[in-house]
Design a protein around this ligand. Structure first.
Ligand SMILES: [Fe+2]
Length: 94
């Protein structure tokens, strides 16, 4: 999947760019899975299955945040923006 989404010839991309691409595609997949589990849980009338779907949704959040942490450690400007915005009070787009 990831190689199909490249927007430049693979041989011209650095190892760092390819690794970041893999992380970004993986983050997109984790967030999509989170969204799907949430929707299915909302739509589910079986309480036990709903609980499993919510558990799985939370697992996807864990996976997503682990990738965000990888991006923080490996993409310096991403780390800068996280520091700028995360955990702050007040308007986000001030
Ligand atoms: Fe996942």
């Amino acid at each position: 999947m990831s190689s199909e989404e490249l927007h430049a010839p693979r041989e011209r991309l650095s190892g760092e760019t390819l690794a970041a691409h893999h992380a970004i595609v993986s983050l997109m997949e984790e967030l999509q899975a989170m969204d799907w589990y949430r929707q299915r849980a909302d739509d589910c009338d079986d309480d036990q299955l709903k609980a499993v779907l919510i558990h799985n949704m939370n697992d996807e959040m864990e996976h997503a945040v682990m990738i965000v942490e990888w991006l923080r450690r490996n993409v310096p400007e991403f780390a800068t923006q996280l520091t700028k915005f995360l955990g702050k009070d007040g308007p986000i787009a001030a």
